[in-house]
Design a protein around this ligand. Structure first.
Ligand SMILES: Cc1cc2nc3c(=O)[nH]c(=O)nc-3n(C[C@H](O)[C@H](O)[C@H](O)COP(=O)(O)O)c2cc1C
Length: 431
């Protein structure tokens, strides 16, 4: 048996030697590939994002880069194309984590801590991956997480996303800082979507946004709480910005106009918000109760990672929870959400649905989230890669690829419906 290699520099050397020995690679491609691979094996996610950007700026095309959505073998194929097609500063915004990006990495690493326990010969030919949220049935538990500023990735932005999600039957959550209004997204999607709220420090602003979402028919309000007290330093974003030759001020005249440029803030007196308090650093659980009392929408709280806060959600009237660390973009907790999920599920004990996001990239990842008790799984960057790479068809492809992957793993696992997926479906590696 081959010894297990833990030394990353040894792994790198072995891999470089393997590449160097490959007769398939021409000499010029080889030099670039070796450099690329050497950089990609470095542990920082930051360097892997910047590597993709560096390649795109130098006009190189990785040998495995796809030319159409149909060629994609995994969602990562869209990431490479997105790095080439999205302007560097915007790609940095998409990819970035915070601080040393330990949380961004932990999100992915947490999937490796679990293994699957397949049941063979189960006859699970017909797969039903339907799930129910607040009385509505969804054909798939894969949800599009809220993401702001989608026109930064493709001129059609949230409209392309909404058309793709509507066509594929996936639930979409629209961000407060979308570059398309909720009314236009609802039209493109073909039904009301869920609406995500960044409240600001001012109640009147929050109330105006909520009333508008309610009037557009949105059945669920998703209050994001993990970035109210501010975010860590976004190094990848800052470095990528410095690689962009275009003047940012051409489109973003000043940071003060950030909210004014977002359609949901049209007609809103944004001067009432205290910039020093960001999205609402002054808020506490009283705000949750106030919000709940002032809307007929269901209230879901996004950005919960501990049992303690899950209990506060229930005490203060939340109808659902999203276990999320904002894709490693808010607080540098260093803990992946898959590791946080069990304690939240246990605290909630079935009283409200628990969704999860951050780092889900494959059908097996989604399966693991469901096995640990999630009712649905949200994805962020993968569909944004699809959007940046190919617009609406790219988003459609990402969604169908993940759906197909989930279907395959459910069949392999002998679980023909979500109710058959439970904690016995997975095990935890020791150590
Ligand atoms: C470019 C980008 C913009 C985002 N904007 C928002 C937002 O406006 N509101 C919000 O609640 N979360 C936002 N998020 C976080 C996502 O909703 C989600 O929690 C995260 O992307 C999940 O992690 P993943 O990207 O690893 O799948 C954003 C994420 C990205 C990548």
């Amino acid at each position: 048996m081959e010894p297990v290699v833990h030394d990353s520099s040894l792994q790198r050397r072995l891999f470089l030697r393997y590449l160097a020995a490959s007769p398939l690679l021409a000499q010029s491609v080889m030099a670039e590939t070796l450099e690329t691979v050497a950089k990609s094996i470095r542990p920082e996610a930051t360097s892997s994002s910047l590597r993709l950007l560096g390649e795109s700026l130098q006009g190189r095309r990785a040998p495995w880069q796809i030319e159409s959505p149909e060629e994609a073998r995994s969602v990562f194929d869209f990431e490479t194309v997105a790095a080439n097609r999205i302007p560097p500063a915007h790609f940095g915004f998409l990819q970035t984590g915070v601080d040393g990006e330990a949380t961004l990495r932990a999100n992915r690493e947490a999937f490796g801590d679990l293994y699957l326990n397949p049941r063979v010969l189960s006859g699970s030919g017909q797969i039903d991956m339907g799930t129910e949220l607040f009385g509505q049935r969804w054909e798939t538990p894969i949800v599009l997480a809220p993401a702001g500023s989608q026109r930064a990735f493709n001129p059609e932005g949230e409209l392309a996303t909404a058309r793709a999600a509507g066509k594929q039957g996936n639930l979409q959550i629209l961000s407060t800082v979308s570059t398309t209004s909720v009314e236009d997204v609802v039209t493109a999607y073909g039904a009301p979507v869920w609406y995500q709220l960044y409240p600001t420090s001012n109640w009147a602003i929050a109330a105006t946004l909520v009333a508008r979402a309610e009037a557009a028919g949105c059945p669920v309000l998703v209050l994001t709480v993990d970035s109210l007290a501010g975010e860590g330093t976004k190094e990848t974003q800052a470095r990528a910005k410095s690689l962009d030759s275009r003047p940012c001020s051409a489109c973003h005249p000043s940071p003060d106009t950030y909210l004014a440029r977002k359609p949901m803030f049209n007609g809103v007196d944004i001067s009432a918000a205290d910039p020093a308090l960001g999205w609402g650093a002054n808020l506490d659980w009283d705000f949750v109760r106030q919000l709940k009392a002032n809307t007929s929408m269901k209230l879901v709280i996004k950005g919960i990672v501990t049992a303690h806060d899950a209990e506060r959600c229930l005490e203060n009237g939340a109808d659902g929870i999203v276990v999320s660390n904002h894709g490693g973009r808010a607080v540098e907790t260093g803990r992946g959400t898959l590791a946080c999920l069990p304690e939240v599920v246990e605290a909630v004990s079935g009283q409200v649905p628990v969704l999860v996001d951050s780092g889900f990239r494959r059908g097996t990842d989604i399966f693991k989230g469901l096995a640990l008790g999630a009712t649905a799984v949200c994805i962020g960057r993968p569909y944004l890669w699809g959007l940046g790479a190919f617009g609406q068809p790219g988003v459609e492809s990402v969604l169908s690829l993940l759906r197909n992957e989930l279907e395959v793993v459910m069949r392999q696992m002998g679980t023909s419906s979500l109710s058959e997926i439970d904690s016995r479906s997975v095990g935890r590696h020791r150590g």
